[in-house]
Design a protein around this ligand. Sequence first.
Ligand SMILES: C[C@@]1(CC(=O)O)c2cc3[nH]c(cc4nc(cc5[nH]c(cc(n2)[C@H]1CCC(=O)O)[C@@](C)(CC(=O)O)[C@@H]5CCC(=O)O)C(CC(=O)O)=C4CCC(=O)O)c(CCC(=O)O)c3CC(=O)O
Ligand SMILES: NC(=O)C1=CN([C@@H]2O[C@H](COP(=O)(O)OP(=O)(O)OC[C@H]3O[C@@H](n4cnc5c(N)ncnc54)[C@H](O)[C@@H]3O)[C@@H](O)[C@H]2O)C=CC1
Length: 216
Amino acid sequence: MKYYPVFFDLREKVCLVVGGGTVAERKVQRLLECEASVRVVGESLSEGLQSLQKSGQIQCLAGRYSAACLDGAFMVICATDDRAVNEQVMRDCRSRGIPVNVVDDPERCDFILPAIAEQGDLSIAVSTGGKSPALAKRLRRELEDQYGPEYRELVNILGELRKRRLAKGYPSEENRTIFEAVVSSDILEQLRKGDREGVREKIRRLSGEDLEQNEP
Ligand SMILES: C[C@@]1(CC(=O)O)c2cc3[nH]c(cc4nc(cc5[nH]c(cc(n2)[C@H]1CCC(=O)O)[C@@](C)(CC(=O)O)[C@@H]5CCC(=O)O)C(CC(=O)O)=C4CCC(=O)O)c(CCC(=O)O)c3CC(=O)O
Ligand SMILES: NC(=O)C1=CN([C@@H]2O[C@H](COP(=O)(O)OP(=O)(O)OC[C@H]3O[C@@H](n4cnc5c(N)ncnc54)[C@H](O)[C@@H]3O)[C@@H](O)[C@H]2O)C=CC1
């Protein structure tokens, strides 16, 4: 069995989290970072979830889960401590064609969650195909050490450079050569040293673009 990795744009899509405990809260936090429209149904809500509700960042449905909670949902994450409820949520989602993740229960998951090392817009997602979350977590930590803040800056610079060159309609072959030259240069070294002027000069030399306005 092989899982299919994908990065969803969740902006303004309704994502339902069933359960109101610490695990549900963690799932909610990440969904909010992705600007999802988060709906929560939990018999009791953690303090964190209560304060997110008060500040209007999430929509909370009171009481126990019922199938009506699924209306309009794009995806569902189920994190209750009651197996029968988890089973019911999974069945309801399956019959409606809504992808569901039942936390820690791969048999009941249409998708599983990776461990993620993040630096700005760079995301490195790790999965072991469900075989060892502990290893996924360890690798995520190692990646966080290995890929520091200079990668956040590099991605910003490359993003800006690419946006400009695509907007100007240069041939993609030429673009590719330039982007590869920047990526394989010693630019990361310069970013680590905080040598902004050197970085700007390098980009100018390799691409002809002056990214003065967009230094990180
Ligand atoms: C299949 C999957 C489905 C899913 O939940 O999506 C799943 C399933 C299960 N997890 C279990 C246990 C643990 N899960 C974690 C942690 C994480 N689990 C995550 C994902 C996944 N967990 C999916 C597969 C991911 C992959 O492919 O590798 C992470 C990556 C992402 C996230 O949860 O958001 C997050 C780390 C985030 C980070 O730190 O970056 C830890 C470590 C800890 O808590 O410190 C432990 C204890 C150590 C251990 O058991 O390894 C159990 C046994 C429960 C029991 O013992 O009863 C099952 C059930 C089973 O395996 O059958
Ligand atoms: N706490 C942890 O770090 C971990 C927990 N887990 C598992 O994840 C699950 C959730 O964990 P926690 O958040 O810690 O549990 P928790 O006990 O804090 O929260 C469970 C939540 O489910 C809600 N709930 C129960 N029945 C419901 C229903 N019918 N409708 C709506 N909500 C309902 C409860 O009100 C509560 O808010 C558990 O099965 C636990 O074994 C797994 C890995 C780690």
